[in-house]
Ligand binder design. Structure first.
Ligand SMILES: Cc1ncc(COP(=O)(O)O)c(C=O)c1O
Length: 451
């Protein structure tokens, strides 16, 4: 047990192992204790206020402790907090499934619930695989992905990703995924620009599909922005070409909108920008507003569902369940988030998008900023040692981490991805708050890069 007068920092240091963290770093930068949050702000135990520029790992969509979400959650918790979702249903779950299927570009047939992003990816992979097995294509047992992809960290989801830092040590455990060269727009080998190119780099995927389609169940992709890969933004033409090729080669397209969905790119779904209708769409993170875990997979075609439908003794149902599948509180939150997005946020999103463009334009003038890039409400600042040659800093310099420290001192949570500093704030952030964030980022970058 613990007693309430025990020091939180001591308890943490003694007992907690934090995620995605080299714990030795805590010797010089112990974890900050957050005692409350409101809107875009986090409040520390020592009385400071931080702008949550990264929506606490991209989950907080509408600001912290949003009154309507808090009320909906508390009402749902007092009414029906959870019930097994096999053999039972409930209003928040059925309503959410309907709302999401209807919001899916052109409509989706079914919604399958999971409980976190990685689990949603696992569902999509397994569903795609089982579909082909049950429809006379036993050779379709592999998945394709692109370099820099991130789809989560459970073994299946990790297999669908391709970031060496997360993946390499586990290679002997992973599925035999086909990793195809993807877009690398900041250092484009074709010398082109993502804003004007025709996604010439798609040639790698075209070739891979030509050669391996008969073995491939699905291609998994993060539409428009590979968030974990340093907010790598690529030409929308890539997505269009991929959707067309997947269709032509009879390979499923899994759109992982876990990070980019729910308004982050300026539209409800990133796929909407190019009218792409993936076979499977994974959603999580902002889905539940950052209050609690929740995830879904939307299945476009009824024919996928039909391939699992039959007599019990055929044993072709989708035998996959997570204990918290369809949790009513998560569903109720997601309904509230969806309503708020539709009625309040999306119609007014151009104002913060334009404000973010202004902030990024200023940051782009700093000598060690190699590039700033933006997709809707996602902004990134790539720091380089040498701007003309785009030469990166040596990893040991940990420039991004030092900027993170400096920004914390100045009032912003700007957790970097390597040397990429990024903004992925709650969509409710105001232009004034974005200006404040930009000023903190600029000061932190200048103090670390020396110019
Ligand atoms: C694109 C994408 N897919 C999947 C995941 C995994 O989600 P979770 O961390 O909820 O398992 C993430 C998490 O960052 C993500 O960005």
């Amino acid at each position: 047990m613990y007693t309430s007068d025990e020091n939180i920092a001591t308890l943490d240091r003694t007992f907690v192992w934090h995620p995605c963290t080299q714990m030795k770093d805590h010797e010089v930068l112990p974890p900050l204790e957050i005692v409350r949050a409101e809107g875009v702000y986090l409040y520390t135990a020592d009385g400071r206020r931080l702008i949550d520029a990264i929506s606490s790992w991209w989950v907080n969509l509408l600001g912290h402790t949003h009154p309507r979400l808090t009320a909906a959650l508390s009402d749902q918790a007092a009414t029906l907090e959870h019930v097994i979702f096999a053999g039972f249903t409930h209003a928040p779950g059925a309503r959410l499934a309907a709302a999401l299927c209807r919001a899916f570009p052109g409509g989706a047939a079914k919604c399958f619930f999971a409980d976190c992003g990685s689990a949603a990816v696992e569902v999509a992979l397994k569903m795609s695989f089982q579909f082909w097995q049950q429809t006379g294509h036993p050779r379709k047992t592999r998945f394709a992905t692109i370099t820099g992809a991130y789809h989560g960290e459970t073994i299946g989801a990790l297999s669908a990703g391709a970031i060496p830092l997360y993946r390499d040590i586990f290679k002997p455990l992973l599925l035999d995924t086909l990793v195809v060269q993807g877009p690398t727009c900041f250092r484009c080998p074709y010398g082109l620009s993502r804003n004007t190119c025709s996604a010439e780099c798609f040639e790698h995927m075209q070739r891979a599909l030509q050669q391996h389609a008969d073995q491939l169940a699905a291609v998994c992709i993060e539409p428009l922005v590979q968030c974990a890969n340093g907010m790598n933004m690529y030409s929308p033409h890539y997505l269009t070409k991929l959707a067309q090729a997947c269709h032509a080669f009879h390979v499923h397209l899994i759109a992982d909108e876990i990070a980019v969905g729910f308004g982050r790119t300026g539209r409800l779904f990133a796929c909407e920008h190019v009218n792409v209708r993936p076979d499977f769409m994974c959603l999580s993170k902002g889905l539940t507003g950052g209050y609690m875990p929740g995830a879904v997979v939307l299945i476009r075609d009824q024919s996928v569902f039909d391939a699992f439908y039959g007599e019990y003794v055929e044993f072709k149902a989708f035998y996959h369940s997570h204990s918290y599948t369809g949790n009513p509180m998560a569903c109720r939150l997601a309904l509230e988030v969806l309503n708020t997005l539709h009625h309040e946020i999306l119609p007014n999103l151009q104002t913060p998008i334009t404000a973010m463009s202004r902030v990024l334009a200023h940051l782009a003038t700093l000598p060690h900023v190699g590039e700033t890039r933006q997709c809707g409400m996602i902004g990134a600042i790539e720091l380089v040692a040498d701007r003309p040659s785009r030469q990166p800093y040596p990893p040991a310099a940990r420039i991004g981490w030092h900027v993170y420290r400096e920004a914390l001192r100045r009032g912003a949570l700007l957790r970097p991805l390597g040397d990429v500093i990024y903004f992925l704030p709650p969509l409710t952030i105001t232009p004034a708050q974005l200006e404040e964030l930009g000023a903190i980022a600029a000061e932190a970058i200048v103090s670390v890069t020396g110019s």
